[in-house]
Design a protein around this ligand. Sequence first.
Ligand SMILES: *Cc1c(COP(=O)(O)O)cnc(C)c1O
Length: 347
Amino acid sequence: MKALIDRYRDFLPMTPSTPVVSLGEGGTPLVPLPRLSERLGVRVLAKYEGMNPTGSFKDRGMTMAVSKAVEEGATAVICASTGNTSASAAAYAARAGLTVAVVIPEGKIAAGKLAQALVHGARVLSLDGSFDDALRVVRELVERHPISLVNSLNEYRIDGQRTAAFEVCDDLGDAPDALCIPVGNAGNISAYWLGFQAYREAERARRLPRLYGFQAAGAAPLVEGAPVARPETVATAIRIGNPARGEQALAAMRDSGGAVAAVTDSQILEAYAMLAREEGIFCEPASAASVAGLILRARAGDIAPGETVVCVLTGHGLKDPDTAIVNAEPVRRLPATLDAVEEAVFA
Ligand SMILES: *Cc1c(COP(=O)(O)O)cnc(C)c1O
């Protein structure tokens, strides 16, 4: 196993004394989506970030942030999270022997993510409030105590997350024409943009992609131009009303020639089901916002025929089994007889 932050050491703030806290993150597959490509007349590939050790892209930033926390002598880390950051922080902190506390919005965390935080031994604190409230509280807390904040406000998280852009360029031989990505707190899209720029500067890519970011319609502050007090969406990972890196993300989209747009929950769930049924890829609802958004953009004529587009599938579908089950056909109960099963299978 070659750790991600070793592989891209030249691009990262590593020093000779930075320990490498790794679980084998990164190196995720860029999977072609032949059916969607055919339908849209463009070449679509999915960067399947669900294949990271804890099932989301958060591991790319967390390996860097926790390695740096150890280097700087921290003994504890904390984050506010809609779920995946806490799962990742809990795993990497366990690996490094640090204690970890995660602060989550009340009742809004997907079952798989909560299970991960708990099983890795995090102290899980559920607030009577939104993600934005949780982030405000932990920001104040770290002002008072020697504890490392591993939210994407932490620059090391962004440094590590840039590696996804490096991998996309390495796999394609250059940057794609366009990148479609869900936007929550807006750290990841910012990191991709920094990554693509760094790679071009280093002459490891020749061009830059257009970045298209997608928010859920019920949680779309960047589209509406103002914070959303009560964000609501089935895509809990992007249920954020006041993105910490909103300005940076808007600049990235503008400077790259892309744009931000909203997709409805029903468009998200349609893309989610299509990916699972027609392409064999199970991602979480927030991830499917990238594909729902691509479909809108392609129909609006923003993607030229034959262009190469990468959709970032940010997290694994197993994170949120409840959404999967609620939106699928019910399981059929049968008597334990050959006739009944034969009838049901071949009907
Ligand atoms: C964190 C997360 C996002 C949003 O990323 P930001 O950096 O907050 O914009 C999207 N999808 C999944 C699955 C996530 O875990």
